[in-house]
Design a protein around this ligand. Structure first.
Ligand code: AMP
Ligand code: ZN
Length: 239
């Protein structure tokens, strides 16, 4: 960007010098160039805005493509098969938090059709494998999808129900796993089997669920805020 502006300036100086020395001697070609430079100069703000928008949209797309990049990150890769990959969640919301992704480019659970059910079944098998490898019980995990995913590429969450993690910070985080904003694998599979695909959640309902009270997932305690909930969760893990 900066170098482009510098290039404009250098051309401008060169042309002004040529202009000052002998305007009459400037060929029609140079005069045309001078006119074009003037137009370019006048459109500088528009060019800048255009380039800025291009850069911010590129940044945005690379941000939500983070999972696809992480599939190739050896530090996060946990299991890889012909059809799918298990990676560690980079910002785990519990002691154990993994994501299972297909190798094929399926953008989200809303793009999964009846014909993809065998792939979904494979991804679920990988999720169960993770728990077995950890030597833990499936009852201590949730396996499912966010109704409002933020990241590109279909991904199945495998998360331990302790929810003890420094990355679990907000009510939105909590409610995304502990209300109907979290869609259990079995529910999703059944919906696709019966209806052919998964229907999107109503926006109004989603924002209500996101703002719901902080109810503990292991007892009836309702926390007044996130710090309260997080210290309450520690009580369960000590048992
Ligand atoms: P979702 O709301 O279902 O789209 O969840 C996306 C998950 O991806 C969250 O649990 C994030 O912590 C996790 N995440 C975000 N960026 C990355 C990344 N680059 N690599 C691995 N996990 C990520
Ligand atoms: Zn509790």
């Amino acid at each position: 960007m900066i170098w482009l502006l510098w290039l404009f300036r250098v051309f401008e100086v060169l042309l002004t010098r040529a202009h000052g020395l002998s305007l009459r001697n400037i060929s029609a070609k140079w005069k045309n160039l001078l006119v074009h430079m003037t137009i370019l100069k006048a459109s500088e703000p528009y060019i800048l805005t255009f380039l800025y928008r291009m850069m911010s949209s590129a940044k945005k797309s690379s941000w939500n493509m983070g999972l696809v990049n992480s599939m190739h990150d050896p530090a996060l890769l946990f299991i890889s098969t012909d059809l799918g990959v298990v990676i560690r969640d980079k910002y785990p919301k519990a002691r154990h938090h993994f994501l299972v992704l297909p190798k094929s480019d399926i953008p989200s659970i809303y793009h999964v059709k009846r014909k993809d059910l065998s792939l979904l079944y494979e991804l679920h098998l990988l999720a169960v494998n993770v728990i077995e490898i950890l030597g833990m019980k499936t009852d201590d995990f949730k396996i499912g999808f966010h109704a409002l995913p933020s990241m590109q590429r279909l991904h199945l969450h495998v998360i331990s129900t302790d929810f003890i993690s420094s990355c679990l910070k907000t009510k939105k985080h909590w409610n995304s796993f502990n209300t109907e904003l979290f869609l259990d694998y079995e529910y999703v599979r059944n919906e696709i089997e019966v209806n052919g695909s998964l229907r999107r959640i109503d926006k109004q309902k989603a924002s209500e669920l996101s703002a719901k009270e902080l109810k503990c997932n292991q007892c009836n305690h309702v926390a007044s805020n996130m710090p309260n909930l997080k210290s309450h969760l520690l009580v369960h893990s000590k048992r």
